[in-house]
Write a protein that binds this ligand. Structure first.
Ligand code: TGC
Ligand code: FAD
Length: 391
């Protein structure tokens, strides 16, 4: 009997519009033709494929769900599907698109002035300006309210001091959305600033030695009395709700993306198990192996259903941050378990970059940690269901 694919069994295609299937299929083709042949090598060399940025921009993938300013204005399901296809390729590629669109561009779109939107968004949508999002600091990860970065008003400028850590794209960014607390007046209130490369006191050292997300560029943002014009402050929202509002957008996309990595691992393991003969039969004939596929296939289809359901709700009336936490926590947690199981099914070959599995497995370790660790989302859900905070 011929094996049935996850997509055939879930039959979710019938619940997608033609436009949704079209963007999914376009990105799927791009990933298979343009990214997968280089994926292992890029990973090994710790290289991000900058040459693909113009094609990614031409497909409308940068700031895809934003409206106006050169952005594609896609619905939430289209956005989720495109991220899933990108992460089928590599979480690093999906990270690039998430940070550019859901974090840096979203912040400017939601909280920036008209002048800021006109100046930055069209260039960012066209991939001519790369953005990053600086929230995390060396001593403030899960608890960003404890950030130390400060902004002091001085004439027509703000002077920013502090260090941001683990910032995707920072070493290659032209523009950084940086979150800082005001030193006086509105003391301790968090504000967003748009910092441009070239502003004095702005450095972005690369973080070396990552064994995860190796084909994504990660760095610090060092602000040493960095003078930023007051007009670069985003005044549309103050307080931690500003950056957290951006995270809600990005986390939703990550929940879709993680299932792309899981599908890649699953398909690879199915092919492998059908080919690999031990004890005179393909290991796919063994019940212990089949149980893994039954569990993994079910979890992937459940993950897809979860994001499709909340994606439809997001498009029709909106979803809450808690619903997004549920999606991110479930789908990333399950994708990581699936990648580890598939790694085992491939035996020794499972540790080779020749197959996508170890790469996805290692990438998903970061995805499990960033955008709110698995534990942070557990506590958000715990609080949601019990009414008690356990942070
Ligand atoms: P709390 O008092 O709960 O909230 C402060 C204000 O924020 C509002 N809020 C949210 N708004 C929108 N979306 C959300 N998800 C929100 N969560 C909270 C809240 O209503 C309140 O508003 P207001 O108007 O009343 O002031 O804040 P808290 O300090 O107790 O913290 C809560 C906690 C722990 C859940 C939050 O700090 C958190 O989510 N921590 C995790 C930090 C995190 O996720 N960092 C990610 C950094 S960026 C990143 O990782 C990018 S990876 C990029 C890639 O894809 O490559
Ligand atoms: P910590 O917060 O120190 O957590 C350490 C451990 O303690 C975790 O297991 C955590 O779950 C647990 N813990 C923390 N608090 C509690 C609690 N109350 N109860 C129980 N357990 C708890 N940040 C950005 O701002 N922009 C980016 O672009 C960005 N990109 C990233 C890219 C990569 C590759 C990585 C790895 C990270 C990136 N981050 C980025 C940072 C990321 O968001 C943080 O790593 C994450 O929020 C966790 O912070 P931390 O690493 O300081 O861990």
């Amino acid at each position: 009997m011929e094996p049935v694919s996850i997509d055939a069994l879930s039959a979710l295609d019938a619940h997608l519009t033609e436009d949704e299937r079209m963007i999914r299929d376009t990105v799927r083709r791009f990933i298979r033709e343009r990214y997968l042949p280089r994926a292992g090598e890029l990973y090994e060399k710790e290289e991000f494929p900058k040459d693909l940025i113009p094609e990614i921009a031409d497909m409308g993938l940068l700031g895809a769900s934003l409206k106006g300013y050169g952005c594609a204005g896609m619905n939430a399901v289209q956005y989720g599907l495109l991220l899933q296809e990108l992460e089928y390729g590599d979480s690093g590629l999906r990270s690039f698109v998430s940070v550019q669109g859901s974090l840096a561009m979203y912040a400017i779109h939601a909280y920036g002035s008209e002048e800021q939107k006109k100046k930055y968004l069209p260039e960012m949508a066209a991939g001519k300006m790369i953005g990053c999002f600086g929230l995390t600091e060396p001593d403030s990860g899960s608890d960003p309210a404890s950030m130390k970065t400060r902004a002091r008003k001085d004439g027509d400028d703000y002077v920013l001091s502090g260090t941001k850590m683990w910032i995707t794209n920072s070493p290659v960014a032209d523009v950084a959305v940086v979150w800082a607390k005001l030193e006086e007046g509105d003391a301790s209130t968090i504000h967003g600033f748009i910092v441009e490369r070239g502003m004095k006191g702005f450095e972005t050292p690369l973080i070396h030695g990552k064994m995860s997300l190796r084909s994504s560029v990660t760095g610090e943002i060092v602000l040493d009395e960095c003078r930023v014009p007051a007009k670069n402050m985003m005044t549309g929202r103050r307080g931690l709700g500003g950056p957290l509002g951006c995270l809600t957008q990005a986390r939703f996309g990550i929940a879709w993306g993680a299932m792309g990595a899981a599908k890649s691992c699953f398909e690879c393991a199915v092919d492998y198990a059908r080919e690999r003969v031990q004890f005179d039969v393909p290991i796919a004939k063994k019940q212990l192996i089949q149980e893994h596929f039954a569990e993994m296939g079910t979890e992937i289809i459940k993950g897809d259903l979860l994001t499709l359901h909340y994606g439809r709700m997001k498009d029709s009336g909106g979803i809450t941050p808690q619903q997004v936490s549920l999606c991110k926590r479930n789908n990333v947690g399950k994708a990581l378990e699936i990648a580890r199981t598939c790694r085992g099914i491939l035996g020794g070959n499972g540790i080779l970059l020749e197959y996508p599995v170890i790469r996805h497995m290692l990438n998903l370790e970061s995805v499990y940690t960033y955008e709110g660790t698995h534990e942070v989302h557990t506590l958000i859900l715990g609080q949601t269901f019990t009414g008690h905070s356990a942070f």
